[in-house]
Design a protein around this ligand. Structure first.
Ligand code: EPU
Length: 416
């Protein structure tokens, strides 16, 4: 199993370019199955999750090719309607095929994802919405089986704004008969990017980016040619890498408007952030001040940045309260950070982080994608060497992280 060795204590300096957004690329790749031509997607990052989605689409009969950051999808010959357990268990985003398969093929069979490292993560709201649109949905032997001759527009209210739930139902609704309204829908930039991609295929969608989305079904869609937005979580992660090392890094290609809560919170810690044309420059300081964060759906502070921000607070000057409101078990990184000398206590959904002067390198274990990168950040700030095990978690969501960190001066090394 691959590991990453990080030698800490070096101020990062230089420029880094952000890749395309994983969580936008995944649903947009799936959206291609809503038509039967050849779709092209640009700026797709080279990640394990993208490869997994490629495998899933291939199993459905899609011709999938990736060359550099360009993905081609031939969707003329869908010959399976099944997302099997072995793929769904490695990547929950596989459930995104449910809505589009149902819309295009009238049937879908998708393994029900189990719980995962960060929480129970049910998909009851996806199913509720499809039922409202007239689908018959049954659960048997761990699989959700859904069928509908043609889905019908419906008024759907989400108890909780769900990102992939909103995406699944948006993709189901674009080919449905009549109007669908999604209320209390997720407002994340990845939802907007999917809506823009669907609109470029001829879909009629209004209100994406707000909590009220209206979709008018059309009879057919044309193939997709689209460029994915940059990854806001990768952008914010590199902002934190600069901050935690007291460095000075210019982040190119990230959209500041999509990382506003992280910029605001970093400024509260005393870190200097300059927004220039096409760049976000983050100048760290000796010891950041401690601030509190509460994760919230967009435009609140992203849960996908909670672990990375905790690494920064672990070396801050003061005490910080970090509250996780989205997932019930997203503090798996705490035990690992404690092994590096962090002073953190968790009670319910809040972690109390008392900043220490310095962390020390230690062998640690990655438990999920964002937890693993938070340990890389902690390692960059620590004295001595940190070795992060189970690196496959990191590779799911960060494109060649060492190739991006080394030019900034970091001493990192991947080994088996
Ligand atoms: N929820 C339900 N029922 C549902 C759906 C969601 O109760 O039917 C709950 C979840 O359990 C959670 C909350 O609603 O408590 C929000 O979950 P959401 O559905 O929005 O999460 P998701 O769509 O499964 C996406 C991202 C995650 C990111 C979350 C929150 C993708 C592929 N994944 O997950 O990204 O953390 O939104 O922003 O878009 C990551 O990239 O590391 C990652 C985990």
């Amino acid at each position: 199993m691959e590991k990453l060795e990080v030698e800490g204590g070096i101020r990062l300096q230089g420029e880094v370019t952000i890749s395309g957004a994983k969580n936008a690329a995944l649903p947009i790749m799936v959206a291609s199955i809503l038509n039967s031509g050849e779709s092209i997607i640009h700026n797709v990052p080279s990640l394990r999750d993208i490869a997994t989605m490629g495998s899933l689409l291939s199993r459905l009969g899609v011709g999938f090719q990736k060359e550099g950051d360009k993905v081609s999808l031939h969707t003329g010959n869908i010959n399976s309607i099944e997302a099997p357990y072995d793929l769904v268990k490695t990547m929950r985003a596989s459930v995104l095929v449910l809505g589009p398969l149902l819309a295009r093929m009238g049937r879908a069979k998708v393994s029900l994802p189990g719980g995962c490292a960060i929480g129970a993560r049910p998909i009851n709201l996806h199913i509720m919405g499809l039922k409202k649109m007239g689908a018959e949905v049954t659960l048997s032997e761990g699989y959700i089986e859904a069928s509908a001759k043609r889905l019908k527009g419906a008024q759907i209210y989400f108890d909780i704004p769900t990102v992939t739930g909103t995406e699944n139902l948006m993709m189901a609704a674009v080919l449905a008969e009549g109007e669908t309204v999604l209320e209390n829908s997720a407002c994340e930039p990845e939802v907007v990017d999917l809506a823009n991609a669907l609109i470029s295929m001829g879909a009629r969608i209004e209100g994406a980016g707000t909590s009220y989305i209206r979709i008018n079904g059309v009879a057919s869609l044309k193939p997709l040619e689209y460029r994915i937005i940059s990854d806001r979580i990768e952008t914010a992660t590199f902002m934190l890498a600069s901050a935690i090392t007291g460095g000075s890094v210019a982040i190119k290609g990230g959209r500041p408007e999509n990382v506003e809560p992280v910029i605001m919170k970093l400024r509260e810690t005393g870190i200097d952030i300059i927004q220039e044309e096409g760049k976000i420059v983050v100048n760290g300081r000796q010891r950041p001040l401690s601030v509190d964060i509460k994760t919230m759906p967009y435009p609140g502070f992203p849960t996908d940045m909670q672990a990375q921000f905790m690494a920064l607070m672990a070396v801050s000057d003061g005490t910080s309260f970090i509250t996780e409101n989205i997932f019930e078990n997203r503090f798996m990184h705490v035990a690992e950070m404690k092994r590096m000398g962090a002073d953190i206590r968790v009670e319910g959904s809040t972690a109390t982080v008392r900043g220490v002067e310095t962390l020390t390198g230690a062998p640690v274990m990655a438990t999920d994608l964002r937890a693993s990168v938070s340990l890389v950040l902690a390692g960059l700030a620590a004295q001595g060497k940190t070795v992060i095990d189970r690196l496959y978690h990191l590779d799911r969501g960060y494109e060649k992280i060492e190739d991006k960190l080394i030019p900034l001066g970091a001493r990192v090394r991947r080994f088996k």
